[in-house]
Design a protein around this ligand. Structure first.
Ligand code: ZN
Length: 481
């Protein structure tokens, strides 16, 4: 057997994909990364996803390593086979922790993540060290914005280092601690996907760096000159107060709900409701970062509450250990300002779409499959609903069982953090929402597309002559996850 039984179950959703398989997962568990950052605050989401997807050896090289020991214990509880070491005291010019990595047969990746000054300094050192033996990921972060550059070792062993002039410069009036945290979350999940691709030699890595702006949901590989999204500076100043007053309901605390709750708790959304009728299973742990090995069997909402209260004790977490049903949906939704869907089954999607429409509540939607994600924001009367694209629920015989589909753990991370960003924008009244657009993410190509779509006047729910005027019967086919 390639992997022990427990790892096969833990990484089941990876292993069933031919791009990864048991062989690939074994390779990931033998691979190592060195993460260079300023403090654990910035690299925490990245470390959770590196651990969840099963990168076996993680070395942390931090300017300030306060809290790393405790974080390493939490990570060990997600996957006991992942080793996290602290290499912070080492000379920053070292390109890796020699004693730690010498025995490793697997592939190595160096990640440099931080603000512009940090990246400039470390990339300079990296270039001087001329270490062609390692792929380098540079992740430059600004509030709401980021720039991801991957120097992947090709057969020639040449590394195309990033041009330091390409780095984003955070505009003064855009400064926002919330925007910074959300960018670290989003970037952390993106980087973890790139690490998997590099270690397994799968997918493509475009030469040009990827620039993103989360306020406008714009993605580009053509530089960042055209991004002018800071017209909201007044609103951004008021954001913290609005967030602490806000009430957000997260439906499903699995692959998507975990990153949503992680990000919203980190930035201090005051009241977070969690609903999920499932218990934590080993097969969840390749992607559901709120849960852990020691909490297997516990209701997911309780496991999530324990994680989130440790992350930020000032947030009020309310849990509902139940599935969303036709009977409880309206009462639950009416108590909250924004609803976030973390579902992977169609009946609940239709139920939540219809219930939010009748309650007049904004719904942030996303779905993930294999290496791809899709997301949108549904605001009743302002844009299309779920049924505008998919008017009727397919009959159960036509739906592939969601329990059998593979998911790279990083993908729900990227999409869930995107949902958290949309939630914050709705609460703050800032930025441009994905109301008449879909966000499509393809991890293998590291590509984002944002096609437009419109309200369908013939929609059975929100169209001119609706045929659905109350909640219907929604057949349950498979579980939330
Ligand atoms: Zn509609």
């Amino acid at each position: 057997m390639i992997l022990p039984e427990s790892q096969i179950r833990r990484f089941f959703r990876h292993i069933i994909m031919p791009e990864i398989s048991g062989q690939g997962q074994k390779k990931l568990l033998e691979s190592w990364v060195e993460v260079c950052g300023a403090s654990i605050k910035e690299i925490m989401p990245l470390l959770y996803y590196l651990t969840a997807v099963g990168i076996g050896k993680i070395s942390c090289n931090l300017i300030n390593d306060f809290g790393l020991e405790k974080l390493a214990n939490n990570l060990k509880d997600i996957n006991p086979d992942v080793v996290v070491v602290n290499s912070s005291s080492q000379d920053t010019e070292a390109t890796g922790n020699e004693t730690f990595f010498k025995t490793s047969d697997g592939y190595g990746v160096k990640i440099i993540m931080g603000d512009r000054d940090f990246i400039s300094e470390r990339m300079q050192l990296q270039q001087e060290a001329d270490s062609a033996q390692v792929s380098v990921i540079a992740a430059a972060i600004g509030p709401w914005q980021g720039l991801l550059h991957v120097s992947r070792i090709q057969e020639s062993c040449d590394i195309d280092f990033m041009n330091l002039d390409d780095l984003i410069i955070a505009r003064q009036k855009c400064l926002s601690s919330e925007g910074m945290v959300l960018s670290y979350c989003f970037m952390g999940a993106l980087v973890s996907a790139e690490v998997v691709k590099i270690c397994l030699k799968i997918g493509k890595t475009p030469n040009k760096p990827l620039f993103y702006d989360l306020l406008s949901m714009t993605f580009s590989r053509e530089g960042n000159g055209d991004f002018n999204v800071c017209e909201d500076s007044k609103h951004i100043e008021l954001l913290a107060k609005k967030l602490s007053d806000a009430k957000v309901l997260i439906v499903g605390v699995g692959g998507l709900g975990s990153p949503v709750a992680f990000a919203l708790t980190s930035i201090g959304v005051g009241n977070i409701g969690l609903i999920d009728g499932d218990r934590v299973e080993l097969t969840n742990l390749n992607r559901q970062i709120l849960h852990s090995t020691s909490r297997i069997g516990m209701p997911k909402v309780e496991s999530a509450r324990q994680f989130l209260e440790e992350l930020n004790p000032s947030v009020d977490i309310v849990t509902y250990y139940a599935n969303l049903t036709k009977e409880n949906a309206m009462d639950l939704i009416n108590d909250y300002d924004v609803i976030v869907a973390g579902l992977d089954n169609l009946p609940s999607r239709y139920l939540l779409n219809d219930a939010c429409f009748f309650a007049g509540k904004p719904l942030i939607e996303a779905g993930v499959l294999r290496f791809n994600g899709m997301g949108r924001t549904i605001v009743p009367k302002k844009g299309p609903c779920y049924r505008c694209i998919f008017p009727d629920m397919p009959s159960s015989g036509n739906i592939p069982s969601c329990l059998e589909s593979g998911i790279l753990g990083s993908v729900p991370g990227v999409m869930g953090f995107m949902q958290a960003v949309e939630t914050v924008k709705i609460i703050g009244g800032i930025g441009k929402l994905l109301i008449n657009q879909l966000l499509l993410f393809e991890a293998l190509d590291m590509e984002f597309r944002v096609p437009s779509f419109r309200k369908d006047p013939r929609c059975p729910l929100c169209g001119k002559k609706p045929t659905i005027t109350a909640l219907q019967e929604y057949e349950t086919i498979c579980e939330q996850g």
